[in-house]
Structures are given as structure tokens and as C-alpha cells.
Design a protein around this ligand. Structure first.
Ligand SMILES: CC(C)(COP(=O)(O)OP(=O)(O)OC[C@H]1O[C@@H](n2cnc3c(N)ncnc32)[C@H](O)[C@@H]1OP(=O)(O)O)[C@@H](O)C(=O)NCCC(=O)NCCS
Length: 180
């Protein structure tokens, strides 16, 4: 269970997850891209270090967080030294739960409960991880608003073209207390 919530955080793999193929996080361009990535069964073939959590409320799929431990330039993308981050590749909430308050946590959305679990529940489990990092397309306002609500800040000197997709993007990151 995710503490103080009705959500279960279920580790899944592409082969163990029988709900992935019908997951729908919306119809805007950002959502379609993330939806298609989550529906693909090739996560671990292309990026073996990816780990995925599916958030369920009873029989409903609320969303996914797909992450990897990666070394990133630190403290900004223009720096030379690198440090280990929990790289949040995709965070996606089902269309049925987007912009909706979690019933057990008034004032917090389902997205808030999921992101808090990633930052406070998952990242600290790895002793060498100093923070959580996410690449966000410029213009993805729901994602940017969510990250800012949780104290993530944008790297200065951006946007840059994401090496994997070529899309103009900004890095958002948050450092874990006592780790940096
Ligand atoms: C990012 C995400 C998890 C945030 O979930 P959420 O906090 O429930 O946010 P929502 O998307 O429902 O909407 C948040 C706000 O943005 C607004 N919004 C929604 N789509 C929008 C759009 N295309 N442009 C501008 N605003 C938009 C909503 O009206 C809402 O406004 P409010 O805060 O004033 O009520 C969710 O949007 C999502 O799953 N998106 C698809 C996948 C994705 O892009 N993930 C992030 C990158 S990996």
C-alpha cells in the first residue's frame, strides 16, 4: 500500500502486467506518446534498467511510474560531474483519475500521491541516489505544474533537445534531503 492512501503500488514488468495494453492517460500529444510507450512491451529489451510501478485502486488502474537508476550531470545538465539519480522516465495518470483529488487525501490529486511515493518512498531506498530527475517537454503544463507542486526545479540554461527524442525539453530535478 502507498501509506495513507487507497493505492497499491505494484511492481510490474511488461510481461507480468496484463493491464498495460488498455492503459489510457489522455489524448493530447504528450499523453499519447507516454501512453504508447507504456503500452509497448519492449521496455526492458531496449532499456534493461527500467523499473515500473503500477498504481491500483482496487480493480482500477490509476497510473504508472517508470523509472531507472542513471548517472546524470550534476547539479545541472551543463555540469561535468555526474551523480546517480532516480530518473523518472514516465509518470502517467489514467484519464479517469487525472485532475481528481484522491478521496483519502483531500487537496491532493492522485498524481500527487503517485509522485510523492516515487520521491519519498522509492528513491530513498537506493543509498547512492541523490535525487529524482525528469525530462519534460516544453509545453507539457500539467506535468510541469505537478513537478513544481512537489518542489522540483528546472535546470537553468534550457531548454535543450532531448538526446532520445530530439524534442525541446527541460530537466526538472529534486534533491533528496541529506544526500547531495
Ligand atoms: C502529468 C500528469 C500525471 C498530471 O496529472 P494531474 O496532476 O492529474 O493533472 P491533469 O493532467 O489532470 O491536469 C492538471 C491541470 O492542467 C490542466 N490541463 C490539462 N491538460 C492541459 C493542457 N493540454 N494544457 C493546459 N492545461 C492542461 C487541467 O485543466 C488541470 O488544471 P488545474 O490544475 O487548474 O485543475 C497527467 O497530466 C498525465 O498523466 N499526463 C499524460 C502523461 C504525461 O505527460 N506525463 C508527464 C511526462 S512523463
Amino acid at each position: 500500500m502507498v501509506p495513507n492512501s487507497a493505492l497499491v503500488a505494484q511492481p510490474v514488468t511488461p510481461t507480468s502486467d496484463d493491464r498495460r495494453s488498455s492503459f489510457d492517460c489522455g489524448s493530447d500529444a504528450f499523453a499519447l506518446e507516454v501512453r504508447d510507450a507504456i503500452r509497448r512491451a519492449t521496455w526492458f529489451a531496449t532499456e534493461p534498467s527500467l523499473r515500473a510501478i503500477r498504481f491500483d485502486r482496487a480493480d482500477d488502474t490509476v497510473g504508472y511510474a517508470v523509472m531507472a537508476l542513471e548517472r546524470w550531470e550534476h547539479p545541472t545538465w551543463k555540469s561535468q560531474p555526474k551523480a546517480v539519480y532516480l530518473y523518472l522516465e514516465w509518470l502517467a495518470v489514467s484519464v479517469h483519475f487525472r485532475a481528481i483529488d484522491h478521496d483519502a487525501r483531500p487537496g491532493e490529486r492522485f498524481s500527487d500521491v503517485m509522485l510523492r511515493h516515487v520521491v519519498e518512498g522509492v528513491a530513498p531506498l537506493f543509498p547512492h541516489v541523490i535525487g529524482v530527475l525528469c525530462i519534460v517537454r516544453i509545453g507539457n503544463l500539467p506535468a510541469i505544474r505537478l513537478l513544481r507542486r512537489h518542489g522540483f526545479s528546472a535546470d537553468e540554461g534550457g531548454p535543450f533537445n532531448d538526446a532520445r527524442t530530439g524534442a525541446p525539453s527541460v530537466i526538472y530535478r529534486i534533491l533528496l534531503p541529506g544526500r547531495a
